[in-house]
Design a binder for this molecule. Sequence first.
Ligand code: ZN
Length: 192
Amino acid sequence: MANRAIFLDLNGTLVLPLKQQSLGELTLIPGADAAVRRLLAAGFFCPVVTVQARIEKGLFTEAEFRGWFAGFFAACGLEVKGPYVCLHRYNHPCPCKKPRTLLYEQAAADLSLDLKRSYTIGDSPSNVEAARRFGGMGCLVRTGWAADDKVVEQAQPCAAFIGDTLGQAAEWILHREASNSTIAFRSGRVST
Ligand SMILES: [Zn+2]
């Protein structure tokens, strides 16, 4: 279990708009590709963990989503892993919905990850809460839902870092890794 991951959220973190009606509308957030490239170059896996409630609503199928994902990130030249997808509605009590940790555990099994030495980056509280639950560190970025101060407030107790962009989160992680390289990885958060 020597590998480490930066788990990336999709909508609002890597792509916009948040309330898309079709997959074709989604575009990469400027700078996200450069940030992911830096994380990959530092030796992290970047699995994408995403809730796609529009699948159960019937706006597109799981196969269409997976096809879009593969094509989109191949075109960007980014070797992200996954996608690890919850395809249930938002109120469905499934074990795969963030902040529940099933999808992170699946990625950990697939990629031999040490979750306690891994991170999440996302634009909503569920992403940083998931990191707290699996023992890693969560970074909140304000590119999507967390553009709203109320969302930032909700996420704050679980967030190890809050920044404006994926680039800032990547910078924080890499700086932290460089300064922590000689000491044990440990969480700086208050436990709840
Ligand atoms: Zn689910």
